[in-house]
Ligand binder design. Structure first.
Ligand code: FE2
Ligand code: FE2
Length: 188
């Protein structure tokens, strides 16, 4: 039987990047779309993988972060009451499709090599959070500042700080995971 393989880059395809738009309102809608996707789809799926791999504490961490992604959307919705259900962004839809595509193979791979899948999921979570706190959301904050909207800028700064915490939590979890399970990680 051919061993299924899922690379880190394939899992990174599950990341949807929020897009800065020409208006603050449209940037906010893209932000909410992405944060709610992370809350409802991406991190719950990573948590499911961790549970399946027998790593309940890592599953709890993914669920805890998922809950905070929802909060990020709530903070911004308080300022943009008209967002409603945001239009599904192209990148979010692409990420959902990517996640659906890898789901079946991932279940098979978890059965064969749970450590490899979990290590990749944590690595991808770090990349996601780093990109958000170091690149994407600082630009959203600066767009709001340039428009003189200090309330929106303050929310984005709060999100930047929170995403940075997420990156640190995942980095610590990955270091702990590698120290516990050092031998199998190169196998997938
Ligand atoms: Fe977030
Ligand atoms: Fe985050």
């Amino acid at each position: 039987m051919r061993k299924p393989d899922i690379t880190e880059d394939m899992i990174f395809e599950c990341f949807a990047a929020a897009r800065e738009a020409s208006s603050l309102e449209d940037s906010a809608a893209s932000f909410v779309d992405v944060e709610e996707y992370e809350n409802q789809v991406m991190y719950p799926e990573f948590a499911r993988w961790a549970d399946t791999a027998g790593e309940p504490e890592l599953a709890s961490l993914f669920r805890k972060v998922a809950g905070e992604e929802k909060l990020h959307a709530v903070w911004l919705r308080e300022l943009y009451a008209d967002i409603g259900i945001p239009k599904r962004g192209e990148d979010t839809q692409r990420a959902i499709d990517a996640l659906t595509t890898i789901r079946a193979n991932c279940d098979a791979l978890i059965a064969l090599n749970p450590e490899g899948v979990i290590e990749k999921a944590l690595t991808v979570a770090i990349r996601v959070e780093e990109r958000e706190y170091a690149d994407i959301y600082p630009r959203f904050r600066d767009q709001a500042l340039a428009a003189g909207d200090s309330a929106t800028a303050a929310v984005y700064q709060r999100v930047v700080d929170s995403e940075q915490h997420h990156a640190v939590w995942f980095e610590n979890a990955l270091a702990d995971f590698r120290s516990r399970i050092p031998s199998n990680l190169s196998a997938c």
